[in-house]
Write a protein of this length. Structure first.
Length: 83
């Protein structure tokens, strides 16, 4: 039978796992793995994208064009500019 010291150490080391196990959605273990994988790939990618847009010396219209082009390229919607 594990003692409370061991249990406390293990749960203190598995904070993310404990948080995910308490979530109502997604319910399945596979769904939680997919959520972590999705967030782990998209958050850095979007952060890098917005950082690159923010620090460039492009005009505001050009920045909107780049954002719009990337948005259209991945099929997520319609253009922001009239064609």
């Amino acid at each position: 039978m594990p003692n409370s010291k061991t249990t406390t150490f293990v749960t203190s080391q598995l904070k993310l796992y404990t948080l995910l196990s308490q979530l109502k959605f997604p319910k399945s273990y596979l769904g939680k793995i997919m959520l972590v994988a999705f967030l782990g790939t998209h958050i850095p990618l979007l952060s890098l994208f917005f950082y690159a847009i923010a620090v460039t010396s492009l005009t505001t219209d050009a920045k909107i064009g780049v954002a719009d082009l990337s948005y259209e390229r991945y099929g997520k919607g319609t253009s922001l500019q009239q064609k």
